[in-house]
Design a protein around this ligand. Sequence first.
Ligand code: SPV
Ligand code: MG
Length: 539
Amino acid sequence: MKKTTQFRELLHSHELEFLCEAHNALSARIAEEAGFKGIWASGLTISAALGVRDSNEASWTQILEVWEFMSDATKIPMMVDADTGYGNFNNVRRLVQKLEQRGVAAVCIEDKIFPKTNSFLENGQEDLADIDEFCGKIRAAKDAQSDPDFCVIARTEAFIAGLGLDEAMKRAEAYRLAGADAILIHSKISKPDEVLAFKKVWGERLPVVIVPTKYYTTPTDVFREAGFSMIIWANMILRSSIKAMKETAMQLKSEQSLHNIEDRIAPLSEVFRLQNAEELAEAEDRYLPVSEKNPVRAIILAASRGEEFGALTMTKPKAMLDIGGKPILFRQIDTLRDIGINDITVVRGFGKERITASGIRFINNDDFASTREVTSLSVAVDELPASSEKTLIVYGDLLYKKIIPSLLLEAKGDFVIAIDPNWKERGCRDRYTDYVSTKEPYRKTIFDKTVPVNALGPDLVQKDITGEWFGFLAISPNGFSILRTVLAELKDSKSFASMRMSDLFRELMSRGHTISAVYITGHWLDFDEIADLSAVGTF
Ligand code: SPV
Ligand code: MG
């Protein structure tokens, strides 16, 4: 539905409706996410956010820019506070055209004299606009709009100027006859008496909008029962942010540290989310040539059948085993995509025709029956170009949480493997395990740090074991080119077909390259035997 139509429906709905103040695109989006159906683009708070007074100090085109950002950032309708309309009828006509061009749904103009003052200022303006002159502005605004649903709200400041109910009625009625779509009746006393008295005499002639900033203690139901159309919460978003900003600034100044701040403030990821960074990332995938964006990429090794699963892997590979309605491989792909990794290569072998998915690059290891993971990896490395970003390599029979690839991507080093220090907890089932011995055993305090690997493989003596490699590693662009060279050299050796990943790591170490490890406790599950399938529930 058009924003103008949405707004008109709000004005005429049988419910009491609410507009929330916003003063820039960010606060407008926050109001929208809070569930408001409409936004009040407040003159007071926009000018305050710009560091000037609510006295038409910012030019109307400067304010127009703010409205444009606010309108672009939201889908709900916005009523703008256009003060007195920035001039005479002629300026109002142009204003309305510009507002419509920017997707603004409604304008509110008030019967003060340019330059206006805020209604709550001591010693504010006392004279109001001439009624006929103001009616001319309303007629000009209505004639200027091209969308029939665009709304013009006439605001009378009769009570603010101390002119009483009769003057308020006289003005509102004249504005109605001039074509206004609603009346905003403003009051600065701490009781709702003026607006209630107005509404009682006014009846249902036009919808009535109120701004209970000063009579805030009145229960909202009083306004609901009196039949008001709309309440504007006029400045609370700016005022709450002023308080939060002051607190943080003072704490930063006195503590000279972020230590007690970081967890109290919105995380950076929330800033990115509110900016809709995700949409840009998606658009980049759609529009940028792959070579230019050079993204982080993943290679999933999914060539083996998994004989241990018997009948379950008769026709499909174990990466395609169904876990809670979705194959392991597809769950992995979802996890990788969740953290923005969309360049994914799957090496297929057994049952390759059973593995299909859109947006994935498939490479086949047709010798899967007589080879191991290193051969699968080398067919992928042969086909993939160099990259300026990291490459993740992961077994196809692994389920894991996002934290694992995220930590691996942050870790420094050409070859970084993820290892779990709780290798003993996996029990003494006699399955093949890649044990790892590192220079530093796991301690809570070395969380997040990479430690060099001393040795790796299934035959380490128990006292040297500091962790278990579970099939996940990250390699740097440099690591990728080293890998390409080493694999090319190894390819002709007799043992190549039977090489496991741990053999490759040992080969790299023997050539002087460093394998580093990141400790990760849990957050993963692999599928080596049928019993593993039952662990999924707890995972
Ligand atoms: C505004 O929010 O700018 C208003 C409402 O016009 S008031 O400040 O109450 O006048
Ligand atoms: Mg205002």
